[in-house]
Ligand binder design. Structure first.
Ligand SMILES: Nc1ncnc2c1ncn2[C@@H]1O[C@H](COP(=O)(O)OP(=O)(O)OP(=O)(O)O)[C@@H](O)[C@H]1O
Length: 504
C-alpha cells in the first residue's frame, strides 16, 4: 500500500487496492568519508563583517544574552574542532542570538536573510546539548528513537541539512540519518536501523517511516522546521499537524520546537504559534521577508516573445559563471533547458517530474561546473547552498514575493555578492509589481521608473510607500508592522498552479 502527495497538495493512497506507483529502486552513491570532502566549504565574502551592522530584534520574555564569538558558546572539543574545520571564525547574527536561545531551552521562531547561516544556528546548540547529555551512539535496532527531527520541504534541501549535521557531528557518537522520497525505501530503512539520533526528512517519507514503526518518537527532544513558513502553508500544514499528533510525540511543553526561515507571512506566524510553547522567542535579523542586500537586483521589462532571446543575451555575458534560471512550470523547465542546449549552452535542469537520480545528477553537474546553467522550478528556490552561484535569472516571476526572495537568495551567500535579473512581463506580472518595489527598495536597490508606475497603477496610491523602511520587529504577537499587499499568503499558496512541484 502507498500514500503520496499529489501536485495539488492532496494526500492520496491506493485505497488498499495495491497496484501503486512503480517501485523506486534508486540508491544514492555512498558518501565520501574523507575529511577534505566532509569539510569542503567556500569562503565567506567581503561583506561578511557587514552582517554585524544588521539590526536585530528579539521579542518575547527574558531572552538570553547573545554571544559574540563561538568561544562563548562553550562548545565541546569535537564540535569546536568541526566548526574550525568548516572555516567558521565568527558567528553570524542569527547564530549569535539563536545559539544561546536554543541552549537555554527556549522555543524559537527565527527570521534571517538567505545565506546567513541559519542551519548552523540550530545544529550547533542541538548537537552540543546531545553531547553534554552523553547521548549514546545508537546501535542497530528494529525501531530507532531519535532525539532530533529536522524537516524541510524539498529532497535536495533536507539532504544538504543532513550533510551539515554529518559534518558537525563528525567524530562524535551522534549519528544523523536522512530520509526522503525518490530513493529506495529498503535502503532508507536499513540506514535508519543502523542507528539514528538526528533524523532529517521530508514530510512524506518521514511520516511513512513513522507509520511503518521504524521510528519511535518517545525520546524526541527537538523538532526543527527549516523553511518553516513553507512547512506550515497549505501544502505541508496537514502533514506537520499529523506529525505532532503522532503516537508518542512529546507535547509541545515537553519538547523544544525551533522554526527558521528568511520569510514569515503574518498569517503563518499566527498558525506557527500552535506548535510552539507560549513563551517562545521571535528573533528577527533585519527586515522580516527582506531580500539579501548583497544581491544586486535588476528588473527588465519583457514580453513573453522576447524572453528567450533576452535570456540568451544574458548567458552570453555570464559565460562559465554559474547561473540559475527559474521558471514557473516543469514543462517550461524542460523546454528552456532543451532550447539552451540547442544553442550550445551547457545546461541541466531540476524539477519535480525528473527522477531522483536525474535530479541529483543535475545538481552534481551544476555544483561541479560541468553544466554552469541550471534551469529550475521553485523546487530549487529554497535553502540550496551552492558554491559560486553568481547569477539568478527569474525567467518567470513566481506567484508570491517570498518565493522571489528565496530564489534570489541562491546567490550572494555568506557575505559574497551576486546578481539577480528578473524578467517582468506587465501582461502577467503586474500583481507582483508593488511587492517587488518594496523588496527592491528595502534592499537599497534601484527601482525602475516604469516599475514604480506599474505598482501605482496596479494598486492605487493608498498606503503605498516604497521608500518606507520597516524595521525587523514584526513578531505577530506585537500586532506586526510589515504590511503585505494583495491577497494573503494562504490565497497565494492556493492559487499556485497544478504544475507546482514543490511538495515532496
Ligand atoms: N559563521 C560562519 N562563518 C563562515 N561561514 C558560515 C558561517 N555560518 C554559515 N556559514 C556558511 O554560509 C553558507 C550559508 O549558510 P546556510 O545555508 O545555513 O544559510 P541559510 O541562512 O540557511 O540560507 P537559506 O535562507 O537560503 O536557507 C553555508 O555555506 C555555511 O556553511
Amino acid at each position: 500500500c502507498w500514500t503520496r502527495y499529489t501536485s495539488d497538495h492532496q494526500l492520496v493512497s491506493c485505497g488498499g487496492g495495491g497496484g501503486g506507483p512503480p517501485r523506486v529502486t534508486y540508491v544514492p552513491e555512498a558518501l565520501c568519508e574523507k575529511e577534505s570532502s566532509i569539510f569542503a566549504h567556500y569562503e565567506s565574502g567581503i561583506n561578511f563583517d557587514k552582517y554585524d551592522d544588521i539590526l536585530v530584534d528579539v521579542s518575547g520574555s527574558n531572552p538570553p544574552t547573545a554571544i559574540m564569538g563561538f568561544e562563548e558558546a562553550a562548545l565541546c572539543e569535537s564540535l569546536n574542532r568541526n566548526v574550525i574545520k568548516s572555516g567558521y571564525k565568527k558567528p553570524t547574527p542569527v547564530q549569535k542570538h539563536g545559539i544561546p536561545i536554543i541552549a537555554a531551552g527556549r522555543d524559537l521562531m527565527a527570521c534571517a536573510q538567505t545565506g546567513s547561516g541559519k542551519t548552523a544556528a540550530f545544529l550547533l546548540p542541538i548537537l552540543q546539548q546531545l553531547m553534554v547529555d552523553g547521548v549514546a551512539a545508537s546501535q542497530f535496532s528494529e525501531i530507532q528513537e531519535p532525539e532530533v527531527i529536522i524537516v524541510a520541504p524539498t529532497r535536495e534541501l533536507i539532504n544538504q541539512i543532513y550533510m551539515e549535521a554529518r559534518k558537525f557531528a563528525h567524530g562524535t557518537c551522534v549519528r544523523p540519518v536522512v530520509v526522503y522520497g525518490g530513493i529506495s525505501t529498503g535502503h532508507t530503512i536499513r540506514e535508519i536501523l543502523k542507528g539514528c539520533n538526528v533524523l532529517c526528512g521530508t514530510p512524506g517519507r518521514l511520516m511513512d517511516m513513522i507509520g511503518r514503526g521504524k521510528i519511535g518518537l518517545s525520546k524526541l527532544r527537538y523538532l526543527v522546521l527549516d523553511e518553516a513558513d513553507r512547512m506550515l502553508d497549505m501544502g505541508f500544514e496537514p502533514a506537520m499537524r499529523k506529525l505532532v499528533a503522532s503516537p508518542g510525540m512529546p507535547a509541545k511543553e515537553d519538547r523544544q520546537t525551533l522554526m527558521f526561515s528568511a520569510t514569515y507571512p503574518e498569517d503563518i506566524q499566527k498558525l506557527a504559534a500552535d506548535f510552539l510553547k507560549k513563551d517562545y522567542l521571535f528573533l528577527a535579523v533585519g527586515v522580516v521577508g527582506g531580500a539579501c542586500s548583497d544581491v544586486e537586483q535588476v528588473v527588465v521589462q519583457v514580453t513573453k516573445f522576447s524572453k528567450r532571446d533576452q535570456l540568451l543575451e544574458i548567458l552570453k555575458t555570464t559565460g562559465s559563471e554559474r547561473t540559475m534560471v527559474f521558471v514557473e512550470t516543469k514543462r517550461q523547465a524542460d523546454f528552456i533547458a532543451t532550447f539552451l542546449c540547442q544553442e550550445n549552452v551547457n545546461t541541466t535542469s531540476i524539477h519535480g517530474d525528473r527522477e531522483q537520480r536525474e535530479r541529483e545528477q543535475a545538481l552534481g553537474d551544476f555544483r561541479s561546473g560541468k553544466c554552469p546553467v541550471l534551469v529550475a522550478t521553485s523546487v530549487a528556490a529554497r535553502g540550496l547552498d551552492i558554491k559560486d552561484v553568481q547569477h539568478i535569472v527569474n525567467f518567470d516571476l513566481p506567484n508570491n514575493i517570498d518565493e522571489y526572495v528565496h530564489r534570489i537568495g541562491r546567490t550572494g551567500r555568506c557575505g559574497n555578492t551576486g546578481r539577480a535579473v528578473c524578467f517582468f512581463d506587465p501582461e502577467v506580472d503586474s500583481n507582483l509589481a508593488r511587492s517587488l518595489v518594496k523588496v527592491l527598495s528595502g534592499a537599497q536597490q534601484e527601482v525602475p521608473k516604469w516599475l514604480e508606475e506599474a505598482a501605482f497603477s496596479a494598486y492605487g496610491t493608498t498606503g503605498f510607500n516604497p521608500g518606507g523602511r520597516t524595521f525587523a520587529s514584526t513578531d505577530s504577537r506585537k500586532g506586526g508592522s510589515f504590511q503585505r499587499d494583495g491577497a494573503s499568503h494562504l490565497a497565494a499558496a492556493l492559487s499556485s498552479g497544478a504544475d507546482d512541484d514543490e511538495w515532496e
